[in-house]
Design a protein around this ligand. Structure first.
Ligand code: TYD
Ligand code: MG
Length: 457
């Protein structure tokens, strides 16, 4: 009889400790380590190889070339942006995690996808521990333009019951809303506990693989930004999507951070309406729609979001500081990157932001996570400093080094192509990039000093 032992697991990051500690060794969180009983299988102690094989403990491996393969099947959800970030649709037998803050629209998106999958002939089970079936029906009727009447719903949080129901209706797709509300009888701890979340996810993953069902789980994100409690959940599943957006804006961004069946960092854009989510097929146009001509402190750049170029506006405001230490506020980019760019502009191009408050933001809740946006940030800063609008037909593409040198950014042709499509005619970029795109002229720069002269003139 295996005897229970305990592990001590961090409820923040899932790191396992052999004994209780006050502070997690992995993520340094205080008072987050909790005891978690586990069952250990009887250890296989030193039997000869033959004995192990006889006990059925060895599975015969196959040569790679002998492994049977099938073309990857995809079930389209019928929501184009959702299918796009998934890499073409749901893969049978895969498990997908959708993370996001409460209220961002995860349940609405999945209910909408469930309705369209049913309409396309798939059987979908939508299990919710957050809302009762009548609440789900009311939401569907109030919000969705399409008929969700065929979707199977279940107000249940016991995993065994959910899996039983999935088998009973022969579901192709199972939605679990949310992983933090389900529990398995195998553990005594409460739903949402890190052990429960891990165990339920493990069982769901096995269920998906064995039955060929596509399992989609919702995970609420805590303030820290990770999926509540166990980051480990991200390692278990095949695909991780994050649903994000500024609470005050009607855009929602769906982003892939992990995908065993497609590329990562793909971005899908939705607008939130009273009839549910509507895919935005042309994000660049939407992100630039609110851009006012002739305003200083604005510059446009093209980011690579996965395989797709997206144009965004960077806005900067440099204003006389009322206090001793000027403020530096960055929204949508790393404040340290802003500090570096300000230092480079001061030291390498003889500009001064020393007694100015500096605010930089990126439109539509997008993040500038690549250095290729440096030039646009610098251009927005300089444009605000000199109170001169940057030319409206110019897009800025390039990275700025500590010496003030300007380096080309990658995937230039695709970025410039997208800019040309939206009416931009000139690119300010590194003189070292030889890229040419029809209809667009390149203005090559070597150093930030040249950018200063171009914008101050
Ligand atoms: P909901 O899907 O419940 O968010 P989550 O599951 O992530 O917590 O959406 C929150 C609220 O917003 C809900 O009352 C419905 C409303 N909503 C709309 O009115 N239109 C939309 O397009 C979306 C996505 C949500
Ligand atoms: Mg919800």
């Amino acid at each position: 009889m295996p005897k229970p032992r305990s592990v001590y697991r961090c409820t923040e990051c899932g790191h396992e400790h052999p004994k209780w500690v006050g502070r997690c060794e992995a993520c340094a969180a205080w008072n987050a380590v909790a005891e978690e009983p586990v069952l250990v299988r009887a250890a296989v102690r030193g039997p000869a190889k033959r004995g192990v094989r006889a006990a059925g403990l060895v599975a015969p491996p196959a040569r790679l070339r002998e492994v049977a393969t099938r073309p990857l099947e995809r079930w389209r959800t019928g929501i184009p942006e959702f299918d796009f970030v998934l890499g073409g649709g749901l893969v049978p037998g895969s498990m997908i995690l959708i993370g996001g803050e409460p209220g961002i629209g995860k349940s609405t998106l999945l209910l909408q996808a469930a309705a369209r999958l049913e309409a396309a002939g798939r059987t979908v089970l939508y299990a919710s521990g957050e809302e009762s079936p009548d609440q789900i029906r009311l939401r569907a009727e109030r919000l969705l333009n399409e008929d969700a009447g065929a979707v199977h719903v279940l107000g249940e949080t016991r995993l065994e019951a959910i899996l039983g129901a999935a088998a009973a209706v022969a579901a192709d797709v199972v939605v679990i809303d949310s992983i933090q509300t389900v529990y398995t009888e195998a553990l005594e701890s409460a739903p949402g506990n890190v052990g429960q979340v891990r165990e339920c996810s493990g069982q769901l993953m096995r269920f998906a693989k064995e039955s060929g069902t596509s399992v989609v789980v919702v995970g609420h994100v805590t303030k820290g930004g990770g999926i509540a409690g166990p980051k480990t959940l991200e390692h278990i599943v095949d695909t991780v999507l994050y649903f994000e957006g500024e609470a005050t804006l009607d855009y929602r961004l769906l982003r892939t951070t992990k995908n065993r069946f497609g590329s990562v960092d793909e971005l899908g854009v939705f607008s939130m309406t009273e009839h549910g989510l509507v895919a935005v097929p042309n994000p660049s146009a939407v992100f630039l729609a609110a851009r006012a001509d002739g305003i200083s402190g604005s510059a446009v750049t093209a980011l690579m979001e996965g395989t797709r170029p997206v144009l965004v506006e960077v806005q900067a405001l440099a204003a006389k500081s009322g206090y001793g230490t000027p403020q530096r506020v960055a929204t949508g980019l790393d404040p340290r990157r802003l500090a570096v760019l300000l230092a480079v502009l001061e030291r390498r191009a003889e500009t001064s932001f020393a007694d100015l408050d500096v605010f930089v933001q990126v439109t539509a809740g997008v993040r500038l996570s690549e250095p290729g946006a440096d030039l646009a940030v610098a251009a927005a800063l300089l444009s605000s400093l000199y109170n001169r609008p940057a030319p409206a037909d110019v897009i800025f593409l390039g990275e700025i080094g500590l010496g003030g040198e300007i380096r080309p950014s990658g995937a230039l042709e695709r970025r410039i192509g997208e800019a040309a499509r939206l009416g931009f005619r000139r690119v300010f970029g590194s003189s070292r990039s030889g890229t040419q795109v029809a209809g667009v002229s390149m203005v090559g720069l070597d150093h930030v000093g040249q950018l200063v002269r171009a914008l101050a003139a």
